[in-house]
Ligand binder design. Structure first.
Ligand code: NIG
Ligand code: FE
Length: 393
């Protein structure tokens, strides 16, 4: 028999339930609410006083509950860190994609167990902070063996795995970038596709140009992967237009956009995923979320967690920065960190607390979701359920 649990006495429930969302209530908020879960699913939401009888009951004590965060962009299969590089940047050294090669060397030298252990540690760290879905990219192996190994390890811990063999040109191919693209679109893809859901490319000066990026994404599509693109992070470029043209699920970073890029995102089915941790840690200008939202684009917020440009697993931190410095309201930022991430991963079962959704719940030590931005840096996560299982505390 499936056990049912009611979380009652929720002071403020963020549902993201389309049947409750409106211009006046963009998050489908329900005050004095309860949520009933059965097995791994939400089966009921509504007024706490009307909650049906269940096997178990948890009293939220008037605190806020929201969907688990959906972190749709992270690079978590790696070894080592680059704290010294961060410190040098904070005293003026610019960020460059070249630092990726430092992590590539450390990752290649690590054992499978070390990589799997580091990934598990980071996923647990994210979960402690309310994140219940995480996308994980390869991209620090850059050989057939090391990219396939990264994805095999990732696929054991998340279904959201992304083949990023085209992160930078591997050091062995420094003089032969075309040869590296042939590897990424040929034997490396063959080895990686069985373990990946998505294909990604770093389309940027110093990484891959538009033609190379198109070749990588089209080869991935031909093998059944869906594209997403690292686009327009360090400067203006063709990444966003390419992402929209190829029907990518998301264009990620979107820091340097032309009006035509914004229009393309607003008019297409590609989510604009903003990664403020990267601008924070590289001391760069934040992306303009307001411009994208006003144009009608769908916006997601994610951590970009990686040892080089953004070593944070905290979605709450991203929400706070997005509100403080990117023109988002607290409601918009919370929505982008939950429903937005779900859209970027083309998932309808996460990012909402509604009947039928996966029971991913995040209880805050706070009366409303506004406190996520209002109380930056404060660990507000009181409890987390992932697929119906209480994983925290
Ligand atoms: O998303 N932009 C490319 N890749 C990562 C950075 C990786 C690194 O510096 O190690 C990013 O920011
Ligand atoms: Fe990234």
């Amino acid at each position: 028999m499936t056990v049912s649990t009611a979380v009652t006495g929720i002071g403020s429930l963020v549902t993201n339930d389309p049947s409750l969302m409106s211009a006046d209530n963009p998050l489908g908020l329900v005050p004095d609410a309860a949520v009933v879960i059965e097995g791994d699913r939400v089966v009921w939401t509504g007024a706490s006083s009307k909650a049906p009888t269940t096997d178990n009951r948890v009293d939220a004590g008037g605190r806020a509950l929201l969907p688990g965060f959906v972190d749709s962009h992270a690079h978590l299969v790696f070894a080592g860190d680059r704290a010294a590089e961060f410190a040098a940047r904070m005293s003026g050294r610019p960020y460059g994609a070249g630092g990726i090669r430092t992590t590539v060397a450390a990752t290649r030298a690590a054992s499978d167990d070390e990589l799997a252990g580091n990934l598990a540690r980071l996923l647990a760290e994210a979960r402690r902070q309310g994140t219940t879905t995480v996308e994980v990219k390869s991209g620090y192996g850059l050989t057939v063996h090391d990219e396939a190994r990264a994805l095999r390890i990732a696929a054991r811990q998340t279904p959201e795995t992304t083949y990023l063999g085209a992160h930078v040109v591997a050091p062995e191919f420094a003089d032969d970038p075309a040869g590296y693209v042939a590897l990424v679109t040929g034997p490396m893809l063959d080895a990686c596709a069985p373990h990946a859901r998505w294909v990604d490319v770093f389309c940027e000066r110093g990484a891959f140009d538009a033609d190379q990026a198109r070749a990588v994404l089209e080869a991935g599509v031909a093998r059944g992967l869906t594209p997403r693109v690292h686009a327009n992070q360090l400067g203006p470029g063709p990444g966003v237009q390419l992402a929209v043209e190829l029907g990518a699920a998301s264009a990620d970073h979107c820091t340097h956009l032309t009006d035509a890029d914004v229009d393309a995102l607003a008019g297409g089915g590609t989510v604009a995923t903003l990664l403020p941790g990267a601008e924070f840690s590289t001391r760069a200008v934040y992306p303009d979320a307001r411009r994208l939202l006003d144009a009608g684009a769908t916006v997601a917020l994610s951590t970009d967690c990686n040892p080089g440009s953004s070593y944070t697993s905290s979605m709450a931190f991203c929400v706070a920065v997005a509100v403080r410095d990117m023109g988002m309201s607290p409601d918009e930022a919370v929505r982008a960190a939950t429903l937005g991430g779900a859209r970027a991963l083309r998932r309808s079962d996460v990012g909402t607390v509604a009947p039928g959704a996966r029971a991913d719940l995040h209880l805050l030590d706070a009366p409303t979701h506004l406190h996520l931005a209002y109380r930056p840096g404060v660990p507000l996560t009181a409890a987390v359920w992932q697929a119906g299982e209480r994983v925290r505390p």
